[in-house]
Structure formats: C-alpha cells, structure tokens
Design a protein around this ligand. Structure first.
Ligand SMILES: Cc1cc2nc3c(=O)[nH]c(=O)nc-3n(C[C@H](O)[C@H](O)[C@H](O)COP(=O)(O)O)c2cc1C
Length: 335
C-alpha cells in the first residue's frame, strides 16, 4: 500500500504546528493510542491527542458511565486518569513511539493546576498542549472555565506564559455564545481553538424510573453532534484569526473535508474509533484519494464554504434566518 499519509495535498498546520495530515485522535476516545497500536500504523495520523491528564489521579464518576444512543453515545467518565506523575513516567514515552506528533490534553480545577501541567509537559517535550476548559473552576464557584470568556482568557493566558509549544483551547458547546468564549481564548493568546467537546444529555430507564448513567447526565458524542460541531466551527473560524480544530461526529474522510470546508485546519476523530480502532489511518488514506480526485488540497479547501444567505445579509443566528412569525402565532403556540 503506498504511503499517501504525507502527501502534500494533506499537509496542514495549526498555527505554528506543522502536520503531515489533518487527522487527529480526539481526547479520551483513544487512550494514548497504545492499546490500538496493532490495528493500524499510527505514525500515519496527523497527531495523537491524549486523554485529559490532571495533576492528581482521579477516580471518575460512578458506573454506568456509558450509554449508547441512536446516533452516538453518552459518557460520564469524569476525567478518570492516573495523574501526571504516572502519565509522564509511563504513558508519554509510549505515545512518542507511536506518532511523530503528540498533543497532551490537560485539565485542572484551578489556573495553577493548568500551569503546573503545562510546565511539566513542556519540559518533558510534547508538540502541543490542548487545554480542556470543560473543567470546574474551584476558585469561581465551580463554574466551568469554558462557560465564561474571562475565565477562559485567564486560564489560557496563564498556560501561554509558561508554554514553549502551541496551546489549543478546547471549548464546550454547552454555552449560549461559543464565539464570545473563543474570542476570550484568542485574547488569552491561544494558538488554536478546538471545538467542540460533548453536548450535555441524559438517558432514562423508565421501568426503573432512573437515569441510565450513574451520574445522571453525560456528554453526547458521535454522528448526532456533527451538525452542531460544523456550525460552531464555522462561526468560530469566521470570528477569530487563529486556526480551529474541528471535532464532533467525524467518522469518514468526507466528514473531515466538510469540517475543513467550514473552516477547520485539522479534525479530531473520537467516538468512531470505538467502532473501528483503525478508523484514523483509514480516513487519512481516503482523504488522499478524495483530494486527488477533486484536484484540491486541504490548504485550498480550508474555509472555502460559501457564506450562507442569512450571514451575507448580516444575520448571525439561525433564529434570525427563520421567517418572522405570522400575526397571532405566538398566542397559538402558548395555548
Ligand atoms: C468516552 C469519552 C471520553 C472523553 N474524554 C475526554 C477527555 O478526557 N478530555 C476531553 O477534552 N474530551 C473528552 N472527550 C470528548 C472528545 O474528545 C470529543 O470532543 C467529543 O467526543 C466529540 O467528538 P466525537 O463525536 O468524534 O467523539 C471524551 C469523549 C468520549 C466519548
């Protein structure tokens, strides 16, 4: 099989980080890649992204922690991991043998924790940091960093002050206005935005009158969230100057190209890897074929999506694009 994974059609960069192709693993869905190493040659993917690492080990949420949904899955893992000491000693050296680019996703409950992790991982030699902002800030009433533009900016700025590698801010879709949060991250000096993390949902066992997940709620991922992710990637990429990494429901090379067209410089593949652990390398190979067939490249396709009619007319939101309600419609709806 020819090695098409480094074809110039596929090359991309996320700010200063050059990649042989735009396909990355999504945090938390592929472990460190180690368990999947026999399924496909992971040296062919753009980068491996680690599960979120925290300073101290975390046990995560009570089981059950996974529920299947018609077009995706709900998870409430709760950032279970063995902590930074273990990761640095055992996991990082293995990851580095698998792929030429390694991105470490860090999580913390205070800015100081993000800073400590950034310092330690930069010292250990990684290619980039992805800051998981879907973490509660204990100094601000456990509000998630990703739900407030100022908190997001401060966390990113603190990481940037100590990091000597590109820093990507991973955002939550569970906000009213993701663009304002992305702008906060850009203001804090982020080199890129990763969008999106999972959408909060729940699954119910009506016979037991109980939620299926032990925590009650969890994060929805997989094909069900792709349209939301595409919309958010598009909106963010039009509003900030830094690159965007798309994530949410991508399974195929076609999906990756849709994200690139919408403005992404790279795309992470997550839930799809539970179905097929070799999916990442398969997507890279299909990408090369599709791009050659269409006589285009990632660089040329990126952000090429024609502006929708509503945006051209200056209406930013989907609601604004809806026809105005007819007289009396509000009354009918409230009955
Ligand atoms: C089981 C599971 C665990 C996850 N763990 C993390 C995590 O540790 N850190 C993180 O930033 N995102 C985590 N995510 C979110 C994914 O990285 C990704 O943003 C999300 O699943 C959407 O992509 P997908 O639809 O391709 O899976 C997790 C997702 C799943 C399904």
């Amino acid at each position: 099989m020819p090695d098409t994974c480094g074809s110039s059609l596929l090359q991309t960069s996320i700010g200063p980080l050059q990649l042989q192709n735009p396909v990355l693993s999504a945090s938390g869905t592929y472990g460190s890649g180690w368990e999947a190493r026999d399924f496909s040659p992971l040296s062919r993917v753009g980068a491996l992204v680690s599960k979120t690492v925290t300073v101290k080990p975390r046990h995560g949420n009570p089981p059950p922690r996974i529920a299947e949904t018609p077009s995706g899955m709900l998870n409430s893992i709760g950032l279970e991991n063995k902590g930074a000491d273990y990761f640095l000693a055992e996991t990082l050296p293995r990851m580095k043998t698998l792929c030429p680019r390694v991105v470490i996703n860090i999580g913390g409950e205070a800015v100081d924790e993000f800073v400590e992790l950034a310092e330690r991982f930069c010292k250990a030699g990684v290619d980039a940091l992805e800051v998981n902002l879907s973490c509660p800030n204990v100094q601000e009433g456990r509000l998630l960093f990703s739900t407030d533009a100022r908190m997001c900016e401060r966390a990113v700025a603190a990481v940037k002050r100590v990091a000597n590698v590109p820093v990507f801010a991973k955002l939550s879709p569970n906000v009213t206005d993701i663009v304002s949060i992305a702008k906060g991250a850009e203001q804090g000096g982020a080199d890129g935005i990763t969008a999106i993390n999972t959408l909060i949902g729940m699954a119910v066992d009506w016979r037991k009158r109980k939620p299926i997940l032990g925590r009650g709620i969890g994060g929805l991922s997989g094909p069900a969230i792709k349209p939301v992710a595409l919309r958010m990637v598009h909106e963010i990429s039009r509003a900030v100057r830094i690159p965007v990494i798309g994530v949410g429901g991508a399974r195929t090379a076609e999906d990756v190209l849709e994200f690139v067209c919408a403005g992404a410089s790279a795309v992470e593949v997550g839930t799809a890897a539970f179905v097929d652990p070799a999916v990442l390398v398969g997507v890279v190979e299909d990408l090369a074929r599709l791009l050659a067939g269409a006589n285009t490249s990632i660089a040329e396709l990126r952000g090429s999506l024609a502006a929708p009619i509503a945006a051209q007319a200056g209406h930013a939101t989907a609601q604004a694009a809806c026809p105005a309600p007819q007289r009396g419609a509000e009354g009918a709806a409230s009955r």
